[in-house]
Design a binder for this molecule. Structure first.
Ligand code: CA
Length: 229
């Protein structure tokens, strides 16, 4: 799946330049025009990297960055801060708020892309071998293994991705469209009902005869990982 970059910038011409260059370089791009929209967007789908303008309406880039770092869901998402300010004190303030890197406007697309690549490389290579756990369910992302109550659960690649999405945020209800986006990627067109088929398979593998159903169907809304007590 293409790495997802969230661009937070209120200046439409710069947004277009960034979107064009990032998409050409193989990234999937979403855009937020102000800080509040950025925080909302991150809550819906955690991006692989955020390009964050310092000067934004409503919330400043610095404040957005601080809030991202306070939320356990987004605290590890790399942030590149964009700013017109080249002062050393401002640079340090940006980094102190939790930004991973800093690009001063005006910059060339090539320069920004180089930073994007470097930051993404750092964040993926330093990521720990992550294990996701919910109740008696364990998913070892590095080894691509799932177990429940000590019993190995064998999942197909699609069910594995689906479970990973659910396991990252237990209790949260995902709509079918969100699951399609997160587990398949936005560019794939599938009937939302396809999700139901994969959820059924996932349940079958996950839930042993004497075990409770870990997946909750929320009528009219979607699915969540929820043991229901
Ligand atoms: Ca701006």
């Amino acid at each position: 799946m293409k790495p997802h970059v969230l661009v937070v910038e209120d200046e439409p011409s710069l947004v277009e330049v960034l979107r064009y260059n990032l998409e050409k370089a193989g990234y999937r791009v979403s855009v937020a025009g102000d800080g509040a929209e950025a925080l909302g967007g991150v809550r819906d789908a955690i991006p692989d990297l955020i390009i964050l303008d310092w000067m934004l309406p409503k919330l400043s880039g610095i404040e957005v960055c601080r809030q991202l770092r306070e939320d356990p869901e987004s605290k590890n998402v790399p942030v590149i801060m964009l700013t017109a300010r080249g002062e050393e004190a401002d640079r340090l303030k940006g980094l102190a708020s939790g930004a991973d890197d800093y690009v001063v406007k005006p910059f060339s697309p090539a320069e920004l892309l180089a930073r994007v690549r470097a930051v993404l490389r750092r964040s993926t290579s330093s990521a720990p071998d992550e294990t996701l756990v919910y109740r008696d369910l364990t998913m070892d992302l590095a080894a691509h293994k799932v177990s429940r109550n000590g019993r190995a659960v064998h999942l197909g690649p699609t069910e594995f991705r689906l479970l990973r999405v659910l396991l990252k945020r237990p209790g949260r209800v995902f709509s079918r469209e969100q699951l399609l986006d997160l587990a398949w990627g936005r560019d794939i067109y599938l009937e939302a009902r396809t999700i139901d088929v994969h959820v059924r398979r996932l349940r079958k593998q996950l839930n042993g005869p004497a075990e409770s159903d870990l997946i909750r169907t929320v009528r009219g809304a979607g699915y969540s990982l929820d043991a229901g007590d």
